[in-house]
Each structure stands twice: as C-alpha cells, then as structure tokens.
Design a protein around this ligand. Structure first.
Ligand code: C3B
Length: 797
C-alpha cells in the first residue's frame, strides 16, 4: 500500500463541519445544543472524512476484481468509535482544538458515546480487532453480523450480587451507520420441502426481511476502509391492516413484533450452547442474508459462478454461522443449477472455520426435530453432505447423531481449513474435540494465534506510553508492531526506565481518578494494581484469585508489620445471567471486598475493587494502569485469551498458567519476565483421573483449608454459613478446574511477584520487556497469516 497524503484536516475545517452538522443534520442552535447534539455533530463531521477513502477502496476492489474476505460473526464488540476514527485519520489534535473553539470538551464528548457492545467477550472483540487490521492492511473485506437492538446486558451489583438490565445503545441515533433500505433479503423459516421433476422446493411457513446497515471501518492513516454490514430483522408486511380494521390493534402489530424479535437481543452467554429456537433463527437469519448478499455482489461484477472461490473467502467465526455451508449449497443448486456434488465442492473451497473453544458445552448442537422444523431443506442437504463425507472417508463420524445436528462437525467437514487460536489450542483441537476428523482430513487443521490491534490497545488507550515509545524508537511501530523490539536496547537505560515508570504512574493516577469519580473509592497509586478482567467463568478461575486474596489478608493480619507489598486487586467482568456458580463467585468477591476494605489493620496494604459493568471502554482505562495481569485459567481450557496480550503489551507482566496464548507470550517476552505457576494441560488431565484429588489437596494446604473454613463459617457473609456452600461443595467434591491443586503454587508465585515489585528497577525492566516483546501479537500479523494460509487474499497496493 502506498502512503497517500491524507487530505489536510485543520481544526478550522473540522469546526465548520461540526457547526454545519449541528445546524443542518441535528437541527440545533449552539446555544441549545446538548452533549448528545455535539457528539452527533462531531461524529458526523468525522464520518464525512471516512466516506472518500471508503469509496476509493470500493472502486479499487471492483476495478482490480480483487478477492474479498467475508467475516461472518454473531458478535462484533466494537466499543466506542470517535477516538478510533480520529486516531486512524490522524486528526486527534484538530478534533480537540475544533471542539475547544466551539466551547466544548472533546474528551467529555468522547466518553458520552455508548459502547457498541454487540458481543460477549473475546470472540466478539477479536472480530473487531480483525476488522481494524483488514482495513489497515487494505484487504478488501466485509464483516457480516447482526444489528442487535440491545447489546450485551448492563451489569449492576445489588448487595454484591449481579443483576442485569437491557442495554440500549440504539435508544439514540447511531452516528456511524448508513441505513440501506434498498438492500434487503427475504429470509425464510419452517414449512416443508416438496419434490417436482427431480427438484426440491422449499415452501416456507414464515418470512422476515434482513435489512442492511453499513458502518465504514477505516484503517491506519485513512488509507483504506472496509464495511461492517449488520442485518436488522424487519417484517415483510409492516402492518396487518385487516386486523386493525377489525379492531384487533395488538394483532395488527404482530408481524412487526415477531420479525423484530430476531434481531432484538444478543444472547448473553458466550460459552454454553443455548437450545433456544430463536438463537437458531438468529444464526440462519444473518448467515443467509450474508451469503445472498455476497452472491449478488459477485454476480453483479459480471463473474461466472464457477469462479466463485477465486473471488470469495468466507470465514466462519465459531460454529454460529456454520449453516453457511448448507445455505450456499442450497443456493447453488436452486438458483444456479449446480448438482449437489459440485455445489458441495464449491462451498468447501470458499469456506473456512475458526474454532474458539474446547468446552464441550460451547460446541453447538441442535435437536434434530427442531432443526428439521425450522430448516427442513437444510436438514436434507446436511444428510447429503454427511453421506458424501462418510463414503469419501470410510469413517463413521456423523454430523447428525443421537438426534442432534452437530454444528462443529458440520463446520469442520464443509471447511477447507479449520484453525485454532493459539499453538496449544490448535494442538488440543487435533487431539481432542476433532481427533477423529483430524485423522480423516489430516491437512485441514492449522493454527492462527490471535492478535490485538495496537491502534486501539496501545496508541489510543495509552497516550503516555505511546509518546514514550515514539520518542525512543520513532514512529512506524503502530502498523509494524515488531518494531517494539527496538526497545530492548533501552532496557538497561536508567533514564528510559524512569520514563517508563512515570508513564505507568500517569495511567494509574488516571484510573484512580476514574474510580474515585465513579465509585467514590480512593486508591493508593503506589500499590501494585493487580488486574483480572474477563468474563466470569469457573475455568478462568476468578475464585482462585479471591481465595488467594483471603489467604494474603490472613497472613497480613497475622503479621501486620512485616515487609508487605501493598496491592489493589481489581476485578472486572460479567457472568452469564443463568450461570449460577459464576454469579456466586461475583458475590464472594464483593463480600470479601466489603470485609477486607474495612479492616483497619490491612486496608492500607490490601484492597479489592470490582467496578460494575466491565466493557471495552472500561478496559481502555484499566489496561494501561495495570501492573500485574492475572491469566490463571486451568491449563487446557482458555483457547487463547486476548486480554493477556493487551495487558502485557501495556507493560503489565503476567502471572499465569501454561494455557492458550500465555505459552507464546512467555516465549516472546522471555521466561524471566513472566510469572509461571500451575499444572500443565497434560498434568491437569492426569490429575482428574486421581480420585479424591481436591479434598486431599485442600487438606494438604493449611492456607487453603483456613480460607475455605472462614468462608464456611460466614466470615464474609455476616455469619451466613450457607451463602457459599455451592462454591465450597464444588471445590471439595469435584473441583474439575483444579483450583485446589494449583492454589499453593499460585500463592507462592504471588509472593515472588511481591518481592520483585519492591525492586523498582527490576520491576520496571520486567514490565518494559513485556512491551518490547509483544510485537508479534499484533492482529496485523494474524490477519496477514489468515490471508496467506487460509483465504489466499491480497492487500491492494
Ligand atoms: C473466546 C475464548 O474463550 C478465548 O480464549 C479466545 O481468546 C477468544 O474466544 C478469541 O479467540 N471465546 C469466546 O469469547 N466466546 C466463545 N463462544 C468461545 C470462545
């Protein structure tokens, strides 16, 4: 990609545009404009600057007949966009000045933007980072997903317990999108299949419209823009006038209500398969619309359908869009006269599938009767796909088995490549969930270790460190993150380390202020900020962390004058509303916080903070301020992790297990800069065969026994002995995630961390070595590798 000069944006031109939008698009006089009005006007003025590069990118793609990547994902966890766009367009200074000239505080406007929370966690945020990198690398691409009316629920704590309310990002206008009422597809459900002259016809019972909304995604330096196209469900017939005229006003609205339900809410559960019919409908809804849309675009360019695979690469982000295989086969047969074998072959060449988890409950399966009722034609097509796969491989590995349609098997069999998301995970995919399929198709699985966009996760969220890096090694690292290794030459330079520590302090002060304003808590910024932020799940082991906190509290109380390292333990994360044990863990953390934070003996040495409603924007404040990153999942369970990468990049060394991408992070930053503990994946698996292991481990650990005894005695629950019996029972009786077995080693490693932290020079060097070593984890590297090894897609130069 050639570096073109961006059109000059000055604060004056931007100010004029903002004023014009305030008047003509928002219809407000400056004297009466609210924060929302200013935000909309600024966003629209910025969006104007994205449109030209967006058009230019599309024109180049058409002219060069370039291959396009289609990234199908149920989730895109985008967060806010104003800063993202100003930074990619390199107009941050002009924007700050323009707003100041208008009497407005740019930063106030920035934080007024609601997070676009169209995702649950890692999988959705990965999709957002991938969109950023695809645009930065000028690879023509579309992201396809659902325009949920309500994003991920808002989390509140009542008496320490999580409650949920609906999120409402679309209650206000979404500044960044373009509605495309002319782009709409009919999506069918139900009914029956009839045969006529050897052809199958689907006679559906129900139809809704999928209507497109486009958000341009601009890459670094504004050189290229792709499209995020989200589908909203609308009724085919807006209103039932007949019912209305009969006086049935509720019935008259029924078509609209039914249709809109499909894009109403994001399923708030990121790991367990939800058997809801509505979820299957959501998946088919957005997948079908996307496949129809890409076929229409492909044919509109005058291509021959036989060449589809040369122009189209379709990536399935997890099994949620796995129905893309049968849907493409169906359309090729019904609309383009393919025979079944050729149709399957063509779909196979276009499709690839990413597996994001080994947790069996997350591999989607649909009851066959439900599936056949909603998608009768696809049910038959899957049987045909299965027949061909069985005879080609001579195996007995079925897609439809024991009354279930297994979407993992379907995605694997239809895809020409299947990838895991870290080196360890990809090996485990071969050895466990897809061991048999791997034997049958030995060249299909490959690894693509996840990455993160350095634009959002360093440049934008951490100006203090960004400036230091640029002063030290020059610019260029933003789009070539491996340049960070040049920092290695400065790791023994006292001046550099001092500046590095000062940047961290700036971020800690910023976080402390943010928490003070938000929660009224006061933090000691010289204490170690020890952070665990992610969804709450047993395998991620937030309970290991809080149990260690209690044990430390005990030790401090036993010996208050010893040389303790002050710590603030910060937690952030949501539990799926139906996940009872995860919600118990949240309550325990909040209960422990209430007790410990009020203890006059320890409170200057140990504090627990858990701000509610963790989201992308909160991550942007927490991550730069972190000293220690908790990545303590049971080995073999976290497919990759991406928060681990963000924290390490921002100078927060990891305390962690050999799990997911931790393994590769440790190699890149150096073993001496990573605090390793715990069983390996193989040892963990072996341990589970060792009957009674958890009770024995607890009995062998005086510290853990004491902590569990305190919880059982109601020390953190006002004397209520039963509040945490679910957690205790779980730990004693079937501690599948091996908290008991890893506890002592974890505790000991934490004390090693304490000692290093007291040696400021040693600690800062460790932190800076993390930044210097993390260049490989840019999502630009990941996307380049997908482009080379899976999509056969090229950057447009
Ligand atoms: C997550 C995994 O749990 C993470 O380890 C991984 O880093 C990310 O995906 C991205 O690959 N994941 C998720 O957020 N939701 C799922 N349903 C499955 C996996």
């Amino acid at each position: 990609m050639k570096d073109q000069d961006l059109p000059l944006v000055t604060s004056e031109t931007l100010r004029e545009d903002i004023s014009r939008h305030l008047k003509l698009s928002i219809g407000k006089d400056p004297n009466h404009a609210s924060l929302y009005d200013w935000r909309m006007s600024l966003s629209l003025a910025l969006r104007d600057r994205v449109v030209e590069p967006w058009f230019a990118s599309t024109r180049k793609t058409y002219e060069g007949k370039h291959k396009r990547v289609y990234y199908l994902s149920m989730e895109f966890l985008i967060g806010r966009l104003i800063e993202d766009v100003t930074i990619n367009l390199d107009v941050e200074e002009a924007a700050v000045q323009a707003m100041a000239d208008l009497g407005q505080d740019y930063y106030k406007v920035v934080v007024d933007e609601p997070d676009a929370a169209l995702g649950n966690g890692g999988l959705g945020r990965l999709a957002a980072c991938f969109m950023d990198s695809l645009a930065t690398l000028a690879i023509p691409a579309y992201g396809y997903g659902i325009r949920y009316e309500h994003g991920l629920f808002e989390q509140h704590f009542e008496g320490g317990q999580q409650t949920e309310t609906a999120e409402g990002w679309l209650a206000q206008r979404h500044a960044w999108e373009f509605e495309r009422p002319e782009v709409a597809y009919k999506i069918h459900f139900g009914g029956y299949v009839s045969e006529e002259n050897g052809k199958s016809n689907w006679n559906p019972a129900e139809t809704v419209l999928a209507s497109a909304y486009d958000t341009p995604i601009i890459g670094w330096k504004g050189q290229w823009a792709n499209t995020l196209r989200l589908w909203a469900a609308k009724p085919v017939k807006l209103f039932d006038l007949e019912s209305f005229n009969r006086g049935d006003y509720v019935g008259a609205n029924a078509p609209e209500r039914l249709a809109r339900t499909i894009s109403r809410v994001l399923y708030p559960d990121d790991t367990t398969q939800d058997g809801k019919e509505l979820r299957l409908k959501q998946e088919y809804f957005f997948t079908s619309a996307s496949i129809k849309d890409l076929l229409r675009r492909f044919l509109a360019e005058g291509n021959k359908i036989e060449d589809l695979h040369e122009h189209v690469a379709i990536q399935l982000n997890d099994t949620h869009p796995a129905i893309a295989g049968p849907e493409l086969v169906r359309l090729l047969i019904d609309k383009h006269d393919f025979n079944i074998d050729d149709a399957i072959e063509m779909a196979h060449k276009c499709l690839a599938y990413t597996n994001h988890t080994l947790l069996p409950e997350a591999l989607e399966r649909w009851p066959e009767d439900l599936f056949a009722r909603i998608l009768p034609r696809h049910h038959r097509i899957i049987q045909m796909i299965q027949d061909r796969h069985l005879s080609a491989t001579g195996t007995d590995i079925r897609i439809i088995e024991h009354g279930n349609v297994k979407m993992g098997e379907l995605a694997f069999i239809m895809a020409h490549k299947v990838n895991g998301v870290s080196a360890l995970h990809s090996e485990l995919v071969k050895e466990t969930v897809f061991a048999d399929l791997h034997k049958a198709y030995p060249n299909r699985i490959l690894n693509q270790t996840n990455g993160i966009t350095p634009r959002r996760w360093l440049y934008s969220c951490n100006p203090a460190l960004r400036n230091l890096i640029t002063e030290t090694i020059g610019s260029g690292w933003e789009a070539d993150l491996e340049n960070l290794q040049d920092l290695n030459a400065h790791l023994d330079d006292a001046g550099f380390l001092q500046a590095y520590a000062a940047a961290k302090t700036t971020n800690k002060v910023r976080l402390a202020k943010w928490l003070k304003d938000r929660n009224g808590v006061t933090l000691d910024t010289s204490a170690m900020f020890d952070i665990q932020i992610k969804r709450i799940h047993e395998y991620k082991r937030q309970h290991l962390n809080i149990l260690e906190t209690i044990a430390l509290w005990n030790d401090i109380r036993d010996n208050p004058t010893a040389n303790w390292t002050p710590r603030v333990k910060i937690f952030g994360g949501k539990a799926a509303p139906g996940y009872v044990l995860a919600k118990s863990i949240i309550r325990l953390i909040n209960d422990v916080a209430a007790t410990i934070n009020n203890d006059p003996v320890t409170r200057h040495l140990l504090q627990v903070v858990y701000p509610e409603n963790y989201n992308v924007s909160m991550a942007e404040v927490l991550i730069p301020a972190s000293d220690l990153s908790e990545q303590i999942s049971t080995a073999g369970k976290e497919a990759s992790g991406t928060g681990n990468m963000k924290l390490s990049l921002n100078g927060s060394p990891t305390i962690g297990t050999l799990d997911g991408a931790n393994v590769e992070i440790r190699e890149h930053v150096g073993h001496e800069n990573f605090f390793l503990f715990g069983l390996t994946a193989a040892q963990a698996q072996e341990k589970r065969g060792d009957h009674g292991y958890s009770r024995r481990a607890i009995e062998a650990s005086p510290k853990l026994s004491r902590v569990l005894g305190q919880i059982g005695a109601g020390v953190f629950s006002n004397g209520d002995h039963h509040r945490y019996s679910d957690i205790l029972h779980n730990l004693y009786e079937h501690d599948y995630f091996l908290v008991s077995c890893d506890f002592d080693e974890y505790f000991a490693k934490q004390r090693e961390v304490d000692a290093v932290y007291q040696d400021v020079n040693h600690w800062t060097r460790t932190a800076a070595a993390n930044t210097a070593g993390m260049g490989w984890f840019s999502s630009d590297r990941t996307i380049r590798s997908y482009a080379d090894h899976i999509w056969d897609a090229k950057s447009v130069t």
